[in-house]
Design a protein around this ligand. Structure first.
Ligand SMILES: Cc1cc2nc3c(=O)[nH]c(=O)nc-3n(C[C@H](O)[C@H](O)[C@H](O)COP(=O)(O)O)c2cc1C
Length: 213
């Protein structure tokens, strides 16, 4: 059994990576081999619209573009589960995560028949979003669009897709050193101490559960 985590945050060791590592620990607890990939360490681009994956006789769920993302995409197709993590930047995923998803998802879509399933394997997916926004705002304004964006295309990997949001994250080691008057540090600290550990437990459980699906 294999699980691979893809960190779409540029900040190593911060909220997104912490959750991904917990998901990997959960997967390891049931015997999975695991790996963590840092997108910001890799040189790659988004889809360049070469349409190599749509060429007659060559239709394939493999991206034709070759760069440092290529081996990562191949490993995902061979995994039992993939854990994606992205902070929310301006209401969306990070640029690196968007570029990564273009390369993963576009080749999974057939231009002959949108309902055609090109990939015949099964990779379960969990998508972890981290954000400064409080849970209530996420529930009202972000949950539906993020779930739709994450689930729709990732279902083409043939497995289940789960989305988890960690809200109101702690952003700086020392709030006093940054212009951050819009945020109440005491509240942020409380969330970090009380809620974030629960998010970590949830990530562990998702990681464990996805290996046995
Ligand atoms: C460029 C940038 C844009 C951001 N935009 C948003 C946003 O639109 N909504 C939000 O809730 N948080 C936003 N944030 C906050 C991050 O999503 C949040 O701090 C996240 O947990 C960071 O993940 P990390 O700790 O793994 O780096 C933004 C942060 C940056 C640096």
């Amino acid at each position: 059994m294999k699980a691979i985590a893809i960190n779409g945050s540029p900040r190593k060791g911060w909220n997104t990576e912490k959750l991904l590592k917990e998901a990997l620990r959960g997967a390891e607890s049931v015997g999975a081999e695991t790996k963590l990939v840092q997108l910001y360490d890799l040189k790659y681009t988004g889809c360049k619209s070469c349409f190599g994956c749509k060429r007659k006789g060559m239709e394939s769920f493999h991206c034709s573009l070759k760069d440092e993302l290529t081996p990562v995409l191949e490993e995902i197709f061979e995994a039992d589960a993939v854990f994606l993590g992205s902070p929310i930047y301006f209401g969306d995923l990070t640029g690196q995560m968007v570029s990564f998803l273009e390369r993963l998802e576009f080749p999974l879509c057939s231009y002959d028949d949108y309902s055609k399933q090109l990939f015949d394997g099964k990779v379960n997916v969990a998508f972890f979003h981290t954000m400064n926004a409080p849970k209530e705002y996420y529930k009202n304004a972000m949950e539906k669009p993020l779930e739709m964006r994450s689930s729709e295309l990732l279902k083409r990997l043939g497995g289940s897709v789960e989305v988890y949001a960690s809200c109101d994250t702690y952003q700086f080691n020392d709030y006093s050193k940054y212009h951050s008057g819009m945020f109440d540090e005491a509240h942020k600290r409380k969330v970090r101490e009380n809620q974030f550990p629960k998010d970590m437990e949830a990530a562990y459980e998702i990681g464990r559960k996805l290996m046995s699906k």
